[in-house]
Design a protein around this ligand. Structure first.
Ligand code: GCU
Length: 394
């Protein structure tokens, strides 16, 4: 009883905070830098979208110096047709490439449901957990990456480890793909890629692989990330329009949450603790959120007209659920340009009442900062709804 009352109070407080954020002066996704209002999908596609993307590249995440490396290649080192007690085919893939500073490999694990019609849509998780958690998937049940449940619902479950692109530490950009592709003969530009961009670049190389695998429906793949992985999933979806669905779980600051007047983690806090995540220019906005030429609702808007899903948790104040929710609401005008509904709500829903109908999905879950079974259920329900599959209970 007391617990229920606490949850109700928390939910009520979140609604109040979300409403308070309504009056913030925020950049208008539909207004160009030159002050023109964008009024058609063409004007968004052919002009304003590139402008917003470039602002995020230059001021926030940094730009990757290469797209697809010239020698990118894929090697399937093992195929197990009887994975998950015969329900899935597991492929262990190595994505190899090189650049001026050396060579590297992304390790990818993919489970493809055996009884689903091919090609199969699914989910790519950018994992910031351990490699062991990925290789033992299916033997040990994990709420973070529940491969059995994903496969049971007729989806591909794929995952790679962010550290294969760049270890998550501030090393002056010497290791990982920075060391391989960055120029050594010139000072590092203030818009050079940070670690989050390196991980997002890796997800795009995985998409390059998906496009070659006849079992996988590369046109209906979701990119999913939790927390720092969620920031990365959003940035990946902004840069790489091949992902049909982009899912951010509790991505918070410099993820789904608006930067202006955000509660919990701020730009200054994130730049201080994680100076390697974003580009050097981003540090200019420490304590100066109002000077940032973009805000995070415009990152969500960069997914239009594709599907995007944002998830928050009630006790995750550091991420700031109302600021994540407001981003979704404020991205909606861009979806409307395409004749699509965005979120279809302006009031934050109560916990465990996911919004699944629009092209922007959202849920608030009761509990702590984590990626849980409930979160995955909502992601799959959202995919079912929009990818016209029958909703089946896990
Ligand atoms: C820290 C960081 C967050 C991040 C989180 C995570 O709390 O401040 O920005 O999202 O780690 O990745 O778990």
């Amino acid at each position: 009883m007391r617990r229920a009352a606490t949850y109700a109070m928390t939910a009520a407080l979140l609604v109040v905070l979300a409403r308070a954020a309504d009056d913030l002066p925020l950049p208008d996704p539909l207004k160009t830098v030159a002050g023109k209002t964008v009024a058609s999908p063409e004007a968004w596609r052919n002009g304003r979208r590139a402008e917003v993307l470039e602002l995020f590249r230059a001021q926030v995440y940094g730009r990757a110096p290469v797209a697809r490396p010239h020698d990118l290649r894929f090697e399937t080192i093992a195929t197990t047709k009887t994975a998950l007690s015969g329900r899935a085919t597991r492929k262990d893939v190595r994505i190899r490439f090189s650049g001026p500073g050396g060579e590297s490999t992304i390790r990818l694990v993919v489970f493809i449901p055996n009884n689903a019609p091919k090609p199969v849509p699914g989910f790519l998780l950018i994992s910031n957990h351990s490699w062991e958690g990925l290789v033992t998937a299916g033997q040990q049940s994990s709420p973070f990456w529940p491969v059995e449940r994903i496969v049971a619902r007729g989806y591909v479950a794929a995952a790679f480890l962010n550290a294969d692109l760049d270890p998550d530490k501030d090393d002056g950009f010497k290791d990982g793909v920075h060391g391989i592709f960055d120029r050594k003969d010139a000072p590092r530009p203030p818009d050079a890629w940070g670690t989050i961009t390196a991980w997002a670049w890796g997800a795009s190389r995985v998409m390059d692989y998906f496009e070659t695998d006849a079992d996988i429906d590369a046109k209906r793949m979701a990119v999913v990330g939790h927390s720092r992985g969620g920031k990365c999933a959003l940035w990946c979806g902004a840069e790489d329009e091949r992902f049909a669905l982009v899912i951010s779980n509790e991505s918070g600051c410099t993820g789904a949450a608006l930067a202006r007047r955000k509660q919990g983690e701020t730009i200054k806090a994130i730049n201080s603790r994680f100076p390697h995540w974003f580009c050097a220019n981003y540090k200019r906005y420490n304590d100066k959120e109002s000077e940032l030429p973009v805000d995070q609702h415009e990152l969500i808007a960069l997914m239009a007209p594709r599907l995007v899903y944002v998830a928050s948790a009630t006790n995750d104040k550091w991420s700031d659920p109302p600021a994540e929710f407001r981003s979704c609401v404020l991205a909606e005008p861009v979806y409307r340009l395409f004749g699509l509904s965005g979120l279809g709500a302006t009031n934050m829903p109560s916990p465990e009442h996911p919004l699944l109908d629009g092209h922007i999905g959202y849920h608030l879950r009761t509990g702590q900062h984590d990626l849980t079974g409930y979160d995955w259920t909502c992601f799959m329900d959202f995919a079912d709804r929009h990818w016209k599959k029958e909703s089946a209970k896990p």
